[in-house]
Design a protein around this ligand. Sequence first.
Ligand code: NAD
Length: 262
Amino acid sequence: MGRYDGRVAIVTGGAKGIGRGVCVAFAEEGATVVCADVDEAAGAQIEADAAFLSGSVRFVSADVSEDAVCEGLIVQAVSDHGGLHVLCNNVGIQPTNSYMPAHELPVELWDRIIDVNLKSTFLMCRHAIPVMKDQGGGVIVNTASVQGLQSAPGVSAYAASKGGQLSLTRQLALEYARDNIRVLAVNPGTIDTPLVDEALEALGANTPEAREGMAEVHPVGRIGQPSDIAKVVLFLASDDASFMTGEYVCVDGGVMAKGAWA
Ligand SMILES: NC(=O)c1ccc[n+]([C@@H]2O[C@H](COP(=O)([O-])OP(=O)(O)OC[C@H]3O[C@@H](n4cnc5c(N)ncnc54)[C@H](O)[C@@H]3O)[C@@H](O)[C@H]2O)c1
């Protein structure tokens, strides 16, 4: 028996990186996973890769910054799979052309980052919560970031979106605690994903030396893997964490303990 047999989970931005790790981990433990993502090729790949797991991963092509798309995702998942037990608001973008002082950031880029990273969390929750209330509970786990707590120059919209996710996590936890809906967040440190590859490429720094430098920033001496985050998400979504809500967990190799990491 897997921990998530008979459970239904939706993971946004689930086709690559951390989201992919979360989808696979839930499916390994028996869950039916809906992977919502804009990357159809990566979506087909994760469906194929998950074919022999005890649960399943179903890809849905969806831009979760759109309200109607989020509503459709939830309605379809409930109709196809009979419920919704876990929602992972994992999607996040940090476009490589957005690294600049705040006053130079084009409004369109600000809006896009906030829409994908923060507004999607609100939109998915606003459609998932009524379903969870009706079925007697559920768990929402948001992928925020250590950059929601501390930051570095040049990432105003991204940092604001991640701080906003942490605030929304607390807010929703309070509002729905008596509905048996727990709301939590994970704050990854640097994780080995396409997002980090693209950032290094844009900086002209996708070299072994730069990667070694990133590893050195983390007290444990390495950057994380998607599975490092997935294991914590699965714990938070499980009954083992039933007394946890409105809280975040830094999964960052000790970066936040060190402080002044930026
Ligand atoms: N990788 C890190 O070091 C790191 C650190 C801290 C926080 N995070 C956060 O973790 C989450 C996942 O990051 P990642 O590194 O795996 O990113 P990634 O770029 O590797 O993967 C993100 C996924 O989201 C999808 N996506 C993008 N826009 C979308 C949209 N509008 N609708 C649906 N899907 C969309 C992409 O196609 C991709 O599959 C993000 O919220 C990110 O901010 C990552």
